[in-house]
Design a protein around this ligand. Structure first.
Ligand code: HEM
Length: 166
């Protein structure tokens, strides 16, 4: 069952699952930022950000195990499209640059999120409220927001060019 996707394309269950998680994370993040910036709901923001961080970490770990170990790499999943050997090689070559751009954001995002969450937990009071850490946290928070948004957009674009577009 886990060797097939559920979005209607020749992919895998985990690939489709991560694509859905990537599409959902940005609206949830915007909601969390609206809560903290306009409603001053600091505790709700803290809980949402920690939950998002955990979901992201679990989804990405499960995804990597599935793609690398269970399926032997993304190229093997592209091969499910049953193209001719020449067309398959051409497709892999043409979509690889999209993946490399995605990886720039996908690799930096977890580090930025871990630093942002760890410092926030250590330096804000409990329950959290604006304080001496606010300035640095806002800078880290906006950088983390932009990084995960670009991870999401480039991830969805890669999914489209590699698995949807014929
Ligand atoms: C990766 C996780 C997180 C991200 C991306 C994030 C993002 C942000 C951003 C962008 C702001 C500034 C909004 C504005 O411009 O007014 C903000 C504010 C705030 N965040 Fe986070 N946050 C994260 C985790 C946390 C955690 C874990 C806590 C609590 C322990 C926290 C507590 C706060 C507080 C108290 C403020 C208000 C600061 C102020 O207005 O002076 N955040 N967050």
């Amino acid at each position: 069952m886990l060797s097939n996707g559920f979005l209607g394309y020749p992919t895998t269950f985990m690939l489709d699952f991560v694509v859905c998680a990537l599409a959902l994370i940005v609206p949830v993040l915007l909601w969390s930022l609206w809560l903290v910036k306009f409603r001053r709901r600091y505790v709700a923001h803290k809980r949402l950000q920690i939950a998002l961080g955990i979901v992201l970490l679990l989804a990405v770990t499960a995804f990597e195990v599935d793609v690398q170990i269970a399926h032997g790499g993304w190229e093997k999943i592209v091969a499910k499209q049953q193209l001719s050997p020449v067309a398959l090689t051409a497709k892999i070559g043409s979509v690889r640059p999209w993946l490399l751009v995605h990886l720039v954001f996908a690799v930096t995002t977890p580090f930025l999120w871990i630093v942002t969450i760890t410092l926030a937990l250590r330096r804000f009071k409990n329950p959290p409220a604006p304080g001496t850490h606010s300035r640095l946290h806002k800078a880290l928070g906006w950088a983390s927001t932009i990084d995960i948004t670009l991870t999401s957009v480039t991830g969805l674009l890669f999914y489209y060019v590699a698995f949807v577009k014929s």
